[in-house]
Design a protein around this ligand. Sequence first.
Ligand code: PMV
Length: 335
Amino acid sequence: MARAPSLTATYEAAPNIALVKYWGVRDRARAIPYNSSISVTLDRLRSRTTVRFDPALKDDEVELNGEAATGGPRTSVVRFLDRVRELAHVTYAAQVRSENNFPTASGLASSASGFAALAGAATSALGLDLSGRQLSQLARFGSGSAARSVFGGFVEWRAGVHSDGSDCYARPLYGPDHWPALVDVVLIVRAAPVKTVRSEDAMQATVATSPTYRRRLSELPARIRKIRAAIGARDARHLFPLVMEECDSFREVCETTRPSLDYLTTTTRALLAEVRSINREAGRPVAAYTHDAGAHLHVFTLARDAPKVRRRLGNVPGVERTSILHPGPGGRRIA
Ligand code: PMV
């Protein structure tokens, strides 16, 4: 006889940084993106989420970083729980407690880790026992990038071709130990603007108005193939220029969106220029920058170059803090 689910579970998941960006949804109801994307799940940072379903509760209670969530953030969690309840054929309300071990305001994507952890905790609590693939298919409804945070290391989220989304899921390409020398120097910049438009709306504005979006889509399959191969071969010489080309393409479609989406500060732009100078002076791609829809910068480099790169970029005026991260593990149940 199947054991009755305990109705409570705790799950941890980490943020990821995209090397190939997800930006644009082909089918909003099914959360199917226009293009596949590739990311690195990061170590040390995590969201830890406990979900307790309780037949005696009247309404969902959502607490994020010690405070009761309200408005948009609460609504997103409740909608996500609704989806899980439907899957499990239950109607119980839930108590959700989620905490990040990094400041949410730091601009490091907490929606990816948060929704990957919520997907894991809520489904485990109801005894759904989903596979990684199924979890990633579910997590994307909370936040697209959460589909990738289900797995550790290097991850590809395939857009798929089926209109029902059945082949739209993330899969691990290489585990966190695949490339120990690869380092992510994270640069937190001062006075990073707070996002006024949610990413899920911003990306649809790009789809509708950027004159270069279609060209970006047509370039992506070849870029994805090359990036996948360079990761597989641990080939920084090929990977780093491709990562920057992709970031520049993402930034271009944002900037040509009407009204324009400008996520960077003067400091971020100075950092991009500094990375280009470092590479020019060395006569080889020492480092590769990438950013999401925000002003903070991730700079990939190899361990032997990391101290120098960190020092040089850390001296750019307006940098508040630098930290060193590596590829890390995927989501897991801890209680
Ligand atoms: O997962 P969302 O809906 O927050 O969108 C993420 C979009 C980017 O971070 C800019 C790119 C990506 O693939 O993570």
